[in-house]
Design a protein around this ligand. Structure first.
Ligand code: NAD
Length: 474
């Protein structure tokens, strides 16, 4: 029997303590940063299937050192106050690490979204949103939710519409929530942003030979054997991009009721389609052998990517994890106790507050787009193209006038002439953010012997939050 583990929120607090010990903070300021400012609990009724059903939801605000506060809304039966507060705290540290100007928040509704049809979910979501909006817990200047487990573009569009109905003269109404579909005020590249951020994080890690060596690995991402847990929004996009664009081999994907293993590489699109047809079951999938879901985490591989939920790597299985590199795409997938075991084994962990920050980064771009009321690239794209065309035409003129016989490489002209549209700009901003945040974390990792990447990430974040509080005179 292993001894009991701290709760998710206690785990986050313990990780905070490990890092804050390296900083010169007064105990009062450290306590202020760590504590969750408030949690609102709401119980509301909705008439469904001929009777009134009561639902319980939460919205936690961890830190208002910057406003608005930001954080997703989760739909799951397991949602409870401790979890929402842990996730809100992680949002504070994540936003500080990737320099998005937000405090941390999170919301949750205790519901199994698969148990309700679309119309019912809309009624429930609108009612939950109504309860939060009337208390300014959804507001473009104060509190801006986004998708999380169990929610997506559809729910965000309902929330945005509900806010607009209740605030008919607010010109910035669309900025009250991010992760909306592009036709409802969203931004291109948001759906896949967290998975794309995972890819950019790994690419940045693999740019540093020394870092790769610390994980006992070598070379590039090409050919690396990857295990992914959870083929939802984050896991699906991360697996897809790493396999299609970086040459990784996804040798196993774990889902709720089993894992698919295929040493030649699991066909991600085919598995996703199968899960869509079977309401999330891997059973019956013929593209690999099916094993117990939890066992997939223990397979020999180069990179393990838990992308489902918290606490899946715990004291009970940490010693059996064989991956030398773990990227936490989910929030809190490794408990505090498991973290100690893995560190002792020399496993390198790319921590959640960095690894899954792609979502909030692109949410920030969406919020800015909504406040500026103009799509990114609209003013400059064609001007950029005109300048590039001038250069290409001048090169072509010189070549023919001087008889130099130059010819541009195939494809160069069309690529060079293309101005940046919204998606290209979003990707550029996300890549820049993921690289910059990694470098700030890495600097601490190398300058403070004995610390790991998680402590390094917390040191950067806590330092920035502390600076904001100090500049406010606290
Ligand atoms: P999602 O609901 O789209 O997907 C979760 C997937 O995990 C589902 O396919 C589900 O079937 C699977 N799953 C659930 N429990 C499992 C288990 N025990 N074993 C194996 N698979 C299981 O959720 P998501 O948005 O992809 O979020 C996943 C994680 O990433 C969460 O921890 C979330 O907080 C975090 N995250 C999400 C975003 C985002 O933009 N969506 C951003 C940052 C962090």
């Amino acid at each position: 029997m292993t001894s009991p583990e701290p709760s998710f929120r206690e785990s986050v607090d313990l990780m905070f303590d490990r890092a804050s010990a390296h900083l010169d903070l007064s105990p009062g300021l450290a306590a202020k940063i760590k504590v969750c400012n408030s949690t609102y609990t709401v119980r509301f009724g909705v008439r469904l299937r001929g009777e009134i059903k009561t639902f319980t939801g939460y919205r936690s605000v961890h830190s208002e050192h910057m406003e608005p506060v930001k954080g997703g809304i989760r739909y799951a039966l397991s949602v409870h106050q401790d979890e929402v507060e842990a996730l809100a705290a992680l949002m504070t540290y994540k936003c500080a690490l990737v320099e998005t100007p937000f405090g941390g928040s999170k919301g949750g509704l205790c519901i199994d979204p698969r148990a309700w049809d679309e119309h019912e979910l809309e009624q429930i979501t609108r009612r939950f949103a109504y309860e939060l909006i009337k208390r300014d817990l959804i507001h473009p200047a104060q509190n801006v939710p986004a998708p999380d487990m169990g929610t997506g573009e559809r729910e965000m569009a309902w929330i945005a519409d509900q806010y607009a109905r209740m605030n008919t003269t607010d010109i910035n109404a669309k900025a009250c929530v991010t992760g909306k579909p592009p036709h409802a005020g969203g931004i291109k590249g948001r759906v896949e942003a967290t998975g794309r951020g995972v890819q950019y994080a790994l690419r940045e890690f693999f740019r540093y030979k020394d870092d790769v060596a610390r994980a006992g690995l070598s070379g590039t991402l090409d050919g690396k054997r990857v295990v992914v847990q959870g083929l939802g929004n984050v896991g699906y996009h991360a697996a897809k991009f790493l396999a299609e664009e970086d040459g990784c081999k996804v040798i196993a994907v774990a889902e709720r009721d089993g894992a698919v293993v295929n040493e030649a590489g699991v066909d991600i699109e085919a598995l996703k389609a199968h899960l869509g047809e079977t309401k999330g079951s891997v059973q019956g999938f013929t593209g690999g052998r099916i094993i117990d879901s939890a066992l997939a985490l223990e397979l020999a591989c180069d990179i393990l990517i838990p992308a489902a939920m918290e606490g899946v790597i715990h004291k009970g299985n940490a010693a059996r994890i064989q991956a030398p590199l773990i990227l936490e795409a989910a929030n809190g997938p490794i408990t505090f106790g498991a973290d100690e075991i893995l560190r002792a084994k020399g496993v390198v962990i790319i921590p959640d507050l960095y690894a899954n920050a792609g979502g909030v980064t692109v949410s920030y771009f969406e919020w800015v787009k909504n406040l500026s009321h103009i799509r990114f690239g609209r003013m400059q794209r064609r001007a950029e193209e005109a300048r590039s065309r001038l250069l290409v035409e001048e090169l072509e003129r010189l070549s023919s006038d001087q008889g130099l016989g130059w010819s541009l490489a195939p494809g160069f002209k069309s690529q060079f002439l293309e101005g940046s549209d919204e998606l290209a700009l979003v990707r550029s901003g996300l890549d820049d953010t993921m690289r910059g945040a990694y470098q700030s974390m890495r600097k601490e990792w190398y300058e403070r012997p004995g610390i790991d990447l998680r402590v390094a990430a917390y040191i950067v974040s806590i330092g920035r939050v502390a600076q904001t509080y100090r500049s406010k005179g606290l």
